[in-house]
Write a protein that binds this ligand. Structure first.
Ligand code: AMP
Ligand code: TRP
Length: 367
């Protein structure tokens, strides 16, 4: 057995499935983040696996950003991760930029990926358009957007692969990035020896893609700067949540039916209500409603009740920033210990020589 494999076997939690996921501090977290990802992290993933959850702050720099705001949102996102129920005794909660291995491995991923496959990423194309539309700056000054927006999925792959992750619980919008991550892991392993575990995405059974309440053909996304009436934020006051849900755009036709293609507004409300109340099939719910009004009312109350404990816990935690900071410090330390041997192995495998006195595999890392 190689030294790397030996070290990895000694890591805490070796033998259990490993889970990694992250959230970008580009805006206030939304109901989409919660139903698509965070709720499952707290309810199932942290209990049944060796799980890491990360505020992926480096990813927030891929678009125009205000430094003070990113810092504030990172702290808030970390606090919310704890507020939704992630327990530092069960899982590792940390901030991406506190662990150098992410950026270290991202470079090797850029050396593994091709420009063409990066350009095909839908999120890249969408965010590029959004950035383009933001200001009145000319194409020249804009320069086509930040280079990091294009290479972002290489960093995301590094986030995941550094930890030998088996499962990545995410919303449906991340499926393409996960496919790319799998391709990069397989390509790297084929070229240089088996260093990485090939991970897979997991999605929730309903509400894997919560749509904007005002524009139900677009994802409810926290990075939007305008038109926030269709976005429910985790920290919205109950009255605000009610107003947003009650004013949700529904579809022209009468009658409550579940049809994502033809009736996206109603389908979205049914999915949200189903996800909040633990009903597996939104179509089943449709049958019990005669009018949009009643559906909206129930959906609004269900969301208010779902978010109430999160808001309350957030307020408690926000009053104790020392605790949150300590959790993040310990989390980063643990994460570093988990990522380091594998990233070192990857450096060795591609032919980068070790510094004197350092141990590094040479393409022989296998586990
Ligand atoms: P992001 O806000 O892009 O950092 O996303 C963090 C996590 O939330 C990812 O797993 C996303 O797939 C998930 N997510 C974000 N928006 C939505 C949405 N509208 N519906 C479902 N999942 C979402
Ligand atoms: N790209 C993800 C998003 O936009 C965020 C993310 C970055 C992520 N690195 C990750 C998610 C690693 C899961 C695992 O939502």
């Amino acid at each position: 057995m190689s030294e790397i494999a030996r070290q990895t076997e000694r890591l805490p939690g070796a033998g259990r499935a490993r889970v990694f996921s992250g959230v970008k501090p580009t805006g206030h977290l939304t109901l989409g983040n919660y139903l698509g990802a965070m709720r499952r992290w707290a309810v199932t993933d942290q209990h049944r696996s060796e799980a890491l959850f990360c505020v992926v702050d480096l990813h927030a720099l891929t678009v125009e950003h205000d430094p003070a705001r990113v810092r504030r949102l990172s702290r808030q996102a970390a606090t919310l991760l704890l507020a939704v129920g992630l327990d530092p005794a069960l899982c590792t909660v940390f901030v991406q930029s506190h662990v150098d291995e992410h950026a270290r491995l991202a470079y090797l991923m850029e050396c593994t990926a091709g420009v063409g496959e990066m350009r095909r990423m839908v999120q890249y194309k969408e965010e590029r358009e959004r950035e383009k539309g933001k200001g009145a700056r000319g194409e020249e000054e804009w320069g086509g957007g930040r280079l990091s927006l294009l290479t972002y999925p290489a960093l995301m792959a590094a986030d995941i692969l550094a930890y030998g992750t088996h499962e990545v619980p995410v919303g449906e919008d991340q499926a393409q990035h996960l496919e790319l991550t799998r391709n990069l892991a397989e390509r790297f392993n084929r070229r240089y020896g088996r260093v990485f575990v090939v991970p897979r995405a997991t999605h929730p059974p309903v509400a894997a893609r919560v749509m904007d309440l005002q524009e139900p053909t677009s994802k409810m996304g926290k990075s939007r700067q305008v038109g926030t009436a269709g976005i429910v934020y985790l920290l919205d006051e109950p009255e605000t949540v009610r107003r947003k849900v009650l004013r949700a755009v529904t579809d022209g036709a009468d009658g409550v039916v579940y049809d994502r293609g033809e009736r996206p507004g109603v389908a979205n409300l049914l999915e949200v209500l189903a996800a909040c109340t633990g009903v597996a099939d939104p179509a089943e719910l449709a049958g019990s409603y005669g009018s949009y009004g009643a559906l909206k009312k129930d959906a609004a109350e269900a969301v208010v009740e779902l978010l109430r404990p999160v808001r309350e816990r957030h307020a408690e935690l926000a009053a104790d920033p020392g605790y949150v900071a300590a959790v993040l410090r310990e989390g980063a330390e643990r994460a570093r210990g988990m990522a380091r041997p594998r990233v070192d192995a990857a450096y060795g495998a591609v032919g980068l020589m070790a510094a004197e006195g350092e141990e590094r595999g040479e393409g022989e890392a296998r586990w």
